[in-house]
Write a protein that binds this ligand. Structure first.
Ligand SMILES: [Zn+2]
Ligand SMILES: [Zn+2]
Length: 501
C-alpha cells in the first residue's frame, strides 16, 4: 500500500502506483480523533482488536478500512522502523541487521528493506503498513460459566488459588509443576476469574500439539464462549474470542491484547532460544496484565529467580495420582555408535528390551539423531515385528502416536520429538546415547516424565544408556529425586509411597 497526505495530514492510501506517492515509513502517522457517532463495523473490530495486521490478512475492502481510519477507529503504522543505523521490525521485534534483506519493490519502485525473521507470516517491508484497531474494545460475554466438576489434588488446589490471586492483582508468577501434575485443571479457576472480571485470556505455547490438545478441553469446560485455537494452519485467525489458545508464533500479530497470558512449556523449543518469540509474548500483553509461566523444567536462570524471590512461584512436586516420579537409572553401554556401525546394539540395552518385549508393557526408546532410527529399527525388528520409528517430519507421525496409544505398537523408537506432550498409559522408557548434547537436563526430565503417568499404572522403568555420564544426566536425576523428597515432605504422596505416616 502507498500513501498520499491530504492537506490536514490525513493518510490517503492507494493500491496502485502513481508518481508522487510515499511509503508509510516516510510519512508522519497521527491517529485521528474518534467520532463517537460513527457506526463502526463490529466484524472489523473483532478482526483487528489487539492486533497488527497486513491489509491482505483481513477480508475488508480498503474503502471500508479507510472510512474507519477517518473516523478514528483504526490506524496505519509502518512495519519497519529505521533510524540512523538501527532497524527494527515492529511485528516480531527483530533488530539484527543480518535478518533483514532488500529487494527491488514493484510497489514503491525502489529498493525496499524487509524482515526475514517473520517473512513466513507475509512479507513486511518499508512500504507495508500494519493496521490496528483504535476504537473501543469488544465486550466480553456476560456469562462465562466454568462447567467442571472434577477435584484438584492439594498441590493443584494451592497453585489454582495462587493463580486466581495473580489474576485479581495483575501479577506475574511461575508454576513449577512436575510432569503429570495435571496442569490444565489447575488453570480453570484462574481463567474463570479473569473472564468474570472482563479480562481477555491467552494460553500460549511453543508447540502446535499442545494447542490442539488444550483447545477442545477448554471449550468443553467453558461452553458459553467460543474458544479459539491459533496455529500455523488454523482458520480462526480473524475471529474474536475472550479465550485464545495460541502458538507463540501466532502472537507476532498481537499487541496489547490480553489481560492474562498463560505461557505453557516456556522451556520448550523454539521459544526458549528465540528472542523474537519472547518479544511477541511480551507485546501481546496489555500494560497492566497478569502473566503465568507454566513449566516442569525451568532453566537455571528461572530457578535462580525463584530462589532469590524475584518472582512469585508455586511448586507442585507430586503427580495428581500421588505416586512419586520414576527416578532414572544409568546404564553404561560402551561405544554404542561404533557397535551400531557394525549393525549391533549394546548387550545391556538388548537385554533390557527383551525383558520388556515378553511382557505386555510398551516401550519408548529415544535416540539422539534421526540418522540412527532406521538402523536401530532394522536390528530390533528381528526381535519383534511390532516396532515402529517416528521423527518430527514423519508424515505418519500422528498416526503412529495414535497406534502406540491403542497399543498396536509394542516399541516406538523416536527422537526428542516425543519428549513432551504425549501420554501412553503403561510404558517403560529408555534413552540410548543419553550423553548426547541434545539430551539437556530438561529434555531428560521430560523423557523420564513419560513413564508411570496413569492412575492404573503409576510406575515405570526409566533407563539412560550412556557412554559416559554427563552433567545433564546427573542434574535431571537430582531434580527428579528432589521433587519426590519435597512431595513426601509436604504430604503430597500416598502414605505407602513415603508420604504422610
Ligand atoms: Zn516497497
Ligand atoms: Zn519481523
Amino acid at each position: 500500500m502507498l500513501f498520499r497526505l491530504s492537506p490536514d495530514n490525513e493518510l490517503l492510501p492507494t493500491l496502485t502506483y502513481s508518481p508522487g506517492l510515499s511509503r508509510i515509513i516516510d510519512l508522519p502517522c497521527h491517529p485521528r480523533t474518534i467520532n463517537p457517532s460513527f457506526p463502526y463495523n463490529k466484524k472489523l473490530q473483532s478482526a483487528l482488536q489487539g492486533k497488527k495486521l497486513l491489509l491482505e490478512e483481513t477480508t475488508f475492502s480498503l474503502e471500508e478500512i479507510q472510512t474507519h481510519y477517518r473516523n478514528g477507529y483504526c490506524t496505519y503504522q509502518p512495519a519497519i522502523i529505521k533510524n540512523h543505523k538501527q532497524i527494527m521490525c515492529v511485528r516480531c521485534g527483530n533488530d539484527q541487521l543480518k535478518l533483514f534483506a532488500s529487494f527491488y519493490c514493484a510497489r514503491c519502485r525502489r529498493k525496499c528493506t524487509y524482515c526475514r525473521n517473520c517473512v513466513m507470516m507475509g512479507r513486511l517491508s518499508e512500504c507495508t503498513p500494519l493496521l490496528s484497531w483504535t476504537g473501543p474494545d469488544a465486550p466480553i460475554p456476560a456469562v462465562c460459566r466454568l462447567d467442571w466438576q472434577g477435584t484438584l489434588s492439594s498441590g493443584q488446589q494451592h497453585a489454582s488459588e495462587k493463580i486466581v490471586t495473580a489474576v485479581e492483582q495483575s501479577m506475574e508468577m511461575l508454576v513449577w509443576a512436575v510432569c503429570g501434575a495435571g496442569k490444565t485443571e489447575l488453570l480453570f479457576k484462574g481463567i474463570e476469574r479473569a473472564l468474570q472480571l472482563k479480562k481477555r485470556v491467552c494460553i500460549a505455547t511453543p508447540r502446535t500439539d499442545v494447542v490442539l490438545e488444550l483447545a477442545p478441553r477448554l471449550q468443553q469446560v467453558f461452553p458459553d464462549i467460543n474458544v479459539i485455537a491459533l496455529y500455523g494452519g488454523s482458520e480462526d485467525k480473524l475471529t474474536y474470542s475472550p479465550l485464545l489458545i495460541s502458538t507463540t508464533h501466532q502472537l507476532y500479530r498481537y499487541e496489547k491484547a490480553f489481560d492474562l497470558v498463560i505461557l505453557d512449556e516456556m522451556d520448550a523449543f523454539p521459544y526458549s532460544v528465540d528472542k523474537t518469540l519472547q518479544y511477541a509474548v511480551r507485546k501481546a500483553r496489555k500494560q497492566n496484565s497478569s502473566m503465568v509461566y507454566l513449566t516442569a523444567t525451568p532453566n537455571k536462570s528461572w530457578q535462580r529467580k525463584c530462589q532469590d524471590n524475584k518472582i512469585d512461584y508455586v511448586t507442585i512436586p507430586a503427580r495428581f495420582h500421588q505416586h512419586p516420579l520414576p527416578v532414572p537409572h544409568f546404564v553404561w553401554c560402551g561405544n554404542w555408535e561404533k557397535k551400531l556401525r557394525r549393525e549391533k546394539l549394546p548387550f545391556t540395552l538388548l537385554t533390557w528390551l527383551k525383558e520388556r518385549l515378553i511382557t505386555d508393557r510398551q516401550v519408548l526408546l529415544f535416540l539422539p539423531k534421526i540418522a540412527y532410527l532406521q538402523k536401530v529399527m532394522s536390528i530390533l525388528k528381528k526381535l519383534d515385528s511390532n516396532i515402529e520409528s517416528v521423527y518430527a517430519a514423519d508424515p505418519m507421525r500422528l498416526e503412529k502416536v495414535k497406534r502406540m496409544r491403542n497399543k498396536e505398537i509394542k516399541l516406538l523408537i523416536t527422537t526428542t520429538i516425543l519428549e513432551r506432550g504425549v501420554t501412553f498409559p503403561n510404558i517403560d522408557v529408555a534413552v540410548l546415547g543419553a550423553e548426547d548434547a541434545v539430551f539437556t537436563a530438561s529434555a531428560l526430565i521430560q523423557i523420564a516424565g513419560r513413564a508411570g503417568r496413569s492412575v492404573k499404572n503409576p510406575f515405570g522403568d526409566v533407563a539412560f544408556f550412556h557412554y559416559g555420564k554427563t552433567k545433564s544426566m546427573v542434574e535431571a536425576k537430582q531434580q527428579i529425586t528432589n521433587s519426590n523428597k519435597e512431595a513426601a515432605k509436604k504430604g503430597m504422596l500416598l502414605p505407602c509411597m513415603g508420604g504422610d505416616k
